[in-house]
Design a protein around this ligand. Structure first.
Ligand code: SF4
Length: 896
């Protein structure tokens, strides 16, 4: 066993500590770090399955130019030469970097330094723009700085937690577990969930406000008015430490003056609103935690400010157990902000528009040029590529062809861009196909640096695996290009630690360390003199970390000092707003997009894991039963979803009819893309409507239409090999243990099923053992390909979606030899008697399926998830599936 290495989970913004080691068989073993203050020994399903996602399958291992493998020197020279050539011809603003919250802080720092300090343009933006830039803009407006005031421990010390626009149970699962545990330890704690959908997070909600999409700012403005009307103003705090209240109250009263008005606009019962308002008013320790459901609007910044206003008014900020708390989506969204990874920021939380801060950074970097105006934010940046204004783009660790709104336009822009460089760890993504130059980057487990989570906690991500092929750290790749562009002296980093120390030194540079209050919130100058060993051993610590506060800082603003010119926090008047696009007869439903429990972003890593892919293996649309009836779609049907920008590229996904979806709105997850499904790119439906302050797109509200997908046949296919071509008008693929599973469907029946099936399953094979059954009258076809007695692949086709039990078939692939009975049952499409189908996976950790759960719940009259855990282990490891188990218990009780 190799020694244990402490590192950090690379997925969400919780930033859980992980201990990695190698078993004697060479398998990566992942354990939760009991000492890490973010998770204290917990992991969610994604973190627990990290070991499954490490592997060489699909990796980009060597540099490529125009699809041909090249050595590093040629690739780096080409990137440097082409960028310089375009800059010389068209100026620095003709090039851009598009980076990612997946990068480590050190990578981010170097990318930002090269673009802003040496190329002399601010055209570097990050995919964090899509995730939390409205929170950044709102915090800067209110506090004068991009400061998250809270700590995770505030969630345990609070008496009331308001979760708004956050499905924490699926998107920040370990925080959800912490809240859940705190609620058990402190039965007085109340949880309010504000979300149009009844998500898994509602499992712990005392009050669920199923608000009309896009009206949360009305609810919080109404709360502000309620606090005023009930004399809940914290006089001392408001009078001494804030400004701008009067205009803010006038604005709030203009549309949310009464509970009746709020009720009407938010489509909520007056009693429920009043209950929430009273609870907020009478509870001193309140944390309002929010996420993409608040940020991803064309008025996201205002929405965040409407929350902050309530905390300022009641003085509930900067003290234990209270505050407005932005939960970031990505593992290093905050690290990126620290180094200025957004196009409207400079490094170390300094501002591009501020001349003295510009000069300070220029002076520190000894750079030839610093831009004096903001660069292009993500959506505008790709728009400029589309218009030919930006002629060279370098994309690092992200997949904009999937994740940006109007994604087909983004793809067209990349297709037509003069020079596209992509640094990635994966060879095939929807974005890498547009690259002129591909640069192989290290990934989690191989790279070394730091990340900062949602509570400002900096943690080391440490390497524990050798770098494969010729993959390099992103900071190394960027530095090598910088050297070739003539900036050797300024990019002579040899270790990630060198970069971190420079970053820490800049944060403290002329940051008035002698005064009582520093000028800038972000200050980690206490870490600037770390030795290599000290950097290696760095313990998780929350910034600011100065020489005065070496142990870090749990929360800010407790002293009432804010980073505005007056040192006072600002109330921001929030006007009533509507989504940018309205519903119409043609597009009468509002589309909401988001994450699911077991997948991460565009699935390049989590899509490798069979256990993570078993929970939900197809793109889906959730729709309320009344809407399903209205739009003629049924549960398990396929449906096509269209919007004003989709054109012919309609999204096709499986229908999930559920009352948890609000009437009039639908939900589609963000993860599926061209690598995993035929037509599932949900961002191709989204208009490029952005918030005027943050530039964050409106992913939470797109008018769409839903129609049944007129499939003539449905199919199911399992194969040990990934198929090159899938000859079906609809397909979706996912990993299973040792094989790939495909759900397929077609709008036209092939003339010859045998030929069609053989074309699919016998790719790259001359001679095969083939067995098949066809009932042409009933439109049923089954076939299996067997190799050396072992099942290699099989296909089942029928006129409806009800096809053979998947679990039984998956199990047949575990045997090395297919016996006679199994061969027969393959063709009859039925398992031999006695075999049971476990059904779709609910508990990924112990691979427990829904059928197994229902059977045991009914047979043993199990009433709680704990009882289910005792019998089946389900839910006893990471706990991410407990809300689902509770709902299965509820539904099974009806059936008993
Ligand atoms: S909550 Fe899950 S995905 Fe997020 S950091 Fe922790 S283990 Fe990783």
């Amino acid at each position: 066993m190799m020694k244990e290495v402490k590192t950090t989970c690379p997925y969400c913004g919780v930033g859980c500590g992980v201990i990695a080691s190698l078993s004697e068989e060479g398998q990566v073993v992942i354990q939760a770090d009991k000492d890490h203050p973010s998770n204290f020994g917990r992991l969610c399903s994604k973190g627990a399955a990290l070991g499954d996602t490490i592997g060489m399958e699909g990796r980009l291992l060597y540099p490529e130019i125009d699809g041909n493998t090249q050595n590093w020197n040629t690739a780096l020279n080409t990137v440097a030469y082409r960028f310089q050539e375009i800059i010389n011809q068209h100026g620095p603003d003709s090039v851009a970097f598009y980076v990612s919250g997946q990068l480590l802080t050190e990578d981010y720092y170097v990318a930002n330094k090269l673009m802003k300090g040496f190329i002399g343009s601010a055209n570097i933006d990050t995919n964090s723009r899509l995730c939390m830039s409205s929170a950044v803009a709102a915090q800067k407006r209110a506090f004068g700085s991009d400061t998250v005031p809270c700590s995770y421990e505030d969630l345990e010390r609070a008496k009331l937690i308001v979760l708004t626009g956050s499905n924490a149970a699926w998107c920040h699962p370990v925080l959800f577990q912490r809240i859940k545990k705190a609620k058990v330890d402190n039965p007085d704690m109340m949880v309010v969930v504000i979300d149009p959908r009844e998500t898994a997070t509602c499992d712990i909600a005392d009050i669920h406000l199923a608000i009309k999409p896009g009206t949360d700012h009305v609810l919080f403005n109404g709360l502000l008015v309620h606090l005023k009307n009930h004399n809940e103003k914290n006089e001392i705090f408001v009078n001494n430490h804030t400004e701008g209240l009067e205009a803010t109250l006038i604005a709030a009263e203009s549309f949310a003056a009464s509970i009746a008005a709020v009720s009407k606009l938010c489509d909520l019962k007056e009693q429920t609103i009043e209950k929430f308002y009273r609870l907020f008013a009478r509870t001193e320790r309140v944390v309002t935690a929010y996420s993409q459901g608040i940020n991803q609007w064309s008025s996201g910044t205002d929405r965040v400010n409407s929350i902050i206003n309530c905390h300022l008014y009641s003085g509930r900020i900067g003290r234990p157990g209270m505050g407005p708390f932005s939960l970031t989506g990505q593992p290093n969204a905050m690290g990126g902000r620290e180094v200025g990874g957004l196009a409207n920021q400079l490094a170390a939380h300094m501002s591009i528009e501020n001349e003295s801060e510009r000069n300070l950074v220029k002076d520190f970097w000894q750079s030839p040029a610093i831009p004096d105006k903001e660069g292009l934010k993500a959506v505008d940046l790709f728009d400029a590529i589309d218009k030919g204004k930006i002629k060279a783009i370098w994309i690092m660790a992200t997949n904009p062809a999937v994740s940006l709104p109007d994604s087909h336009k983004v793809q067209r822009a990349l297709e037509n861009c003069e020079f596209v460089v992509v640094s990635d760890c994966m060879r095939h993504t929807d974005t890498t196909k547009y690259a002129n130059v591909l640069l192989p980057a290290q990934t989690w487990g191989e790279r070394d640096g730091t990340v900062t989570n949602s509570e400002r906690r900096i943690t080391r991500q440490r390497a524990f695996l050798p770098s494969p092929g010729e993959a390099h750290a992103d900071w190394w790749i960027i530095s090598e290009v910088a050297k070739r562009m003539g900036y050797s002296e300024h990019f002579a980093f040899t270790e990630a630690a060198d970069i971190f120390k420079e970053h820490a030194a800049l944060s403290g540079y002329k940051n008035n360390p002698e005064s009582e209050n520093t000028i800038r919130d972000f200050d980690i100058s206490g870490l600037k003199d770390l030795s290599y060993k000290e950097y290696d051993d760095l313990e998780p610590v929350q910034w600011p970390v100065t020489n005065k506060s070496r142990q870090g800082t749990a929360r800010l603003f407790g002293d009432g000092f804010f980073y505005t010119p007056s040192s006072k926090a600002r109330f921001i008047a929030v006007k009533h707003s509507f989504p940018a696009d309205s519903l119409s007869n043609e597009y009468p439903l509002s589309l909401n997009t988001g994450r699911i429990r077991d997948q991460w972003h565009s699935m390049t890593r989590t899509g490798k894991s069979a256990r993570l892919s078993g929970h939900i293996y197809e793109p889906f649309i959730q729709i309320h039963p009344e809407d399903a009836k209205l739009f003629s779609v049924m549960d398990n049907d396929l449906a096509e979803v269209s919007s004003v920008v989709s054109g012919q590229n309609k999204v096709v996904c499986r229908v999930n009819v559920t009352k948890s979806q609000k009437h009039g709105s639908v939900f589609v997850p963000i993860h599926w893309n061209d690598q995993f499904s035929s037509n599932a790119l949900v961002d191709s439906l989204i208009q490029s409507n952005v918030d005027p302050f943050s530039g964050q797109p409106e992913f939470k509200y797109t008018p769409v239409n839903v129609k049944p997908y007129s499939a003539r046949w449905y199919g199911f296919l399992l194969s040990r090999r990934k198929l090159d071509v899938i000859n079906a008008s609809y397909w979706s693929c996912s990993r299973a243990q040792g094989l790939w599973r495909y759900e397929i469907a077609g709008i036209q029946e092939p003339e010859d099923w045998t030929e069609c099936a053989r074309n699919l399953l016998c790719q790259h094979a001359d001679k095969v053992e083939w067995t098949e059954y066809q009932d042409a009258a009933a439109s049923r076809y089954r076939a299996a390909r067997i190799e050396n007695g072992r099942l290699e692949s099989c296909i089942f086709i029928g006129p409806e979606f009800i096809l053979p039990e998947r679990d039984w078939l998956l199990n047949l692939f575990k045997d090395d030899l297919l016996d006679k009975k199994d061969r027969t049952s393959l063709l009859t499409g039925k398992p031999v008697s006695g075999q049971k189908d476990a059904g779709q996976v609910v508990c990924s950790c112990f691979n427990v399926g829904i059928n197994t759960l229902v059977k045991q719940i009914q047979a043993q009259q199990l009433k709680t998830p704990e009882q289910v855990g005792d019998v089946l282990l389900a839910g006893t490891n990471c706990g991410s599936c407990i809300p689902e188990i509770r709902s299965i218990i509820k539904n099974s009780a009806v059936l008993i």
